[in-house]
Design a protein around this ligand. Structure first.
Ligand code: 13P
Length: 252
């Protein structure tokens, strides 16, 4: 039984004050309504500490949006897994398409980060997804396969079983265009098949595979009803407490 994971990826939005206000409002809106769903917030680094404090006792978990793979060193501007653990993160998003597109993140880097995260007890949320061009060229499965295999090289089945994978078609991110329930299910099932190839069926059945890309309160229930969609990675609609709470309630 996989518990759905609803994560709000805030990207480069919200100051510390806005973060604390959001969390206060969300707690009021949920008040137990998040039962049966695991809820995670992914604020910017600068707000993680205040978020950890504001979330104390709420049952909502914290995630970072990225990290570097080394524990410490001369890597100006980077944040290490140790620092994220210390601050109270349970998860870390790795390989988001915006990191791949704007910051040159490769499958090899995602793999190094995934190994470092696991070594330090952080659960990676590994993002994969095809661009519109790739979908139209009919190579979605090839792209996803390269990304999944690249990210998970060298992990053992127990490590793979503990992962979260987020399928985020790039053409659906921030565009208002959601993949249809059936299209998202098809790719998520394909990803589970890949995971079974890599780590065995038993491990693959444990992995939570999210969908991300223009998820809203109105389309969440249909997506979550699909057998291989185990939650959502939400961007825009996670920035307002009422729409994020709406998605959580629709996912129970
Ligand atoms: P939107 O929900 O804004 O489309 O963003 C999805 C996303 O990139 C989450 O990581």
């Amino acid at each position: 039984m996989r518990i759905p994971l609803i994560a709000g990826n805030w990207k480069m939005y919200k100051t510390v004050a806005e973060t604390v206000q959001f969390i206060d409002e969300l707690k009021g809106l949920l008040a137990g309504a998040g039962d049966g769903v695991e809820v995670v917030l992914c604020p910017p680094y600068t707000a993680l500490s205040a978020a950890a404090e504001a979330l104390r006792g709420s049952g909502i978990f914290l995630s970072a949006q990225n990290m570097y793979w080394e524990e410490q060193g001369a890597f100006t501007g980077e944040i290490s897994p140790l620092m994220l653990r210390e601050i109270g993160c349970k998860y870390v998003i790795l390989g988001h398409s915006e990191r791949r597109q704007y910051f040159g993140e490769t499958d090899e880097a995602v793999n190094k980060k995934a190994k470092a995260a696991l070594k330090h007890g952080l659960i990676p949320i590994v993002c994969v997804g095809e661009t519109l061009e790739e979908r139209e060229a009919g190579i979605t499965e090839k792209v996803i396969s390269t990304q999944v295999k690249g990210a998970l090289t060298g992990l053992d089945p127990a490590q793979t079983a503990g992962l979260v994978v987020a399928y985020e078609p790039v053409w659906a991110i921030g565009t208002g265009r959601t993949a249809s329930d059936d299209d998202a299910q098809k790719v998520n099932a394909f990803i589970r098949g890949l995971l079974a190839e890599i780590a065995g069926r038993e491990a693959a059945e444990k992995v939570r595979i999210q969908y991300g890309g223009s998820v809203k309160p109105e389309n969440a229930a249909g997506l979550m009803a699909k057998p291989d969609i185990d939650g959502a990675l939400v961007g825009g609609a996670s920035l307002k407490p009422d729409s994020f709470a709406g998605i959580i309630k629709a996912s129970r």
